[in-house]
Ligand binder design. Structure first.
Ligand code: G3D
Ligand code: MG
Length: 268
């Protein structure tokens, strides 16, 4: 059984430090030089898979982009409720944004959300720093949390920051024993098929030998030669397995299975 965790995380820090840009870079892989005022809060969702003690965990991050103007204290407090982790962002070209983290943002968050995992981010690291960055390191250390130099413009450490926080959410503050599952390595056709077979067996809910017999039958019917599988024949098999599952699984589970099996095909 795979566990699925849904966690709310917030990006916080002064106006213009790059919160919205970091989210955009991470979720949509785009960077725009235009400032877009965040009104209230905006939420986007991002799913990732982590490995925790050898077990895969699907983590869904509900990412909250918090309004940076300090005058909006009430809106911010409301947004912090139920937050499981924070990405606290300063801008390396403005020292006052680091002071704000220390004096305002982090205390405010902790007051409402408690001692949650945080990742400190020194953003705009593609530009020249205006203060000694070891100060941020010190602040992070005071909270027992990691810090990273990031750039929403070049993408430096953007994904890493979210992953680091994700590890903290799954494995406690240090994220011990959690490693990123390598999802994008190439697969040979046989390896892709091997993954698809075992995925089917795992989700079909029947004895392994019975499930394997179903697979065998479907392979023959779509003309798939396991010594020399082609992309076309694997694609057909994936459709067939979804048809077979109709008798035992819910439509939602079937389409999820199909997407996951297609991902193996895409990695060929
Ligand atoms: P905010 O959501 O924290 O308020 P934004 O900040 O994401 O809106 O970004 C504020 C400004 O900083 C934007 O530029 C944006 O392009 C810029 N910015 C964000 N991240 C980086 C970065 O890593 N490097 C550089 N060089 N610029 C960044 P404008 O010009 O519109 O103010
Ligand atoms: Mg913003």
């Amino acid at each position: 059984m795979r566990g699925k965790l849904i966690k709310k995380v917030c990006l916080l820090g002064d106006s213009s430090v790059g919160k919205t840009s970091l989210i955009r870079k991470y979720v949509y892989n785009t960077f725009d030089d235009a400032y877009i005022a965040t009104i209230g809060t905006k939420t986007v969702k991002k799913e990732l898979t982590l490995e925790y003690f050898g077990k895969e965990v699907d983590l869904v991050l509900m990412i909250w982009d918090i309004l940076g103007q300090k005058e909006y204290r009430r809106v911010q407090s409301m947004s912090f409720q139920g937050t499981a982790g924070g990405l606290v962002v300063c801008d390396i070209t403005r020292k006052e944004t680091l002071d704000s983290l220390r004096d305002y943002w982090v205390p405010e968050l902790i007051k409402i959300a408690g001692k949650i995992p945080l990742v400190f981010m020194a953003n705009k690291s593609d530009l020249k720093p205006a203060f000694d960055l070891s100060e941020l390191g010190k602040l992070a250390a005071e909270h027992g949390c990691p810090y990273l130099m990031t750039s929403a413009k070049t993408g430096l450490n953007v994904e890493n920051a979210f992953l680091t926080l994700g590890k903290g959410l799954v494995g406690g503050r240090e994220g011990a024993e959690v490693s990123l599952k390598v999802e994008d390595s190439k697969l040979s056709p046989a390896e892709a098929l091997d993954n698809i077979f075992s995925h089917f067996v795992e989700h079909y809910g029947q004895e392994t030998d019975f499930a394997m017999a179903v697979i065998r039958k479907q392979c023959i019917e779509v003309g798939l030669d396991i010594r020399n599988p082609t992309k076309g024949s694997i694609a057909k098999l994936i459709d067939r397995l979804a048809d077979v599952e109709r008798e035992v699984l819910s439509p939602g589970q079937i389409s999820k299975n199909k997407i996951e099996r297609r991902n193996f095909l895409l990695r060929m």
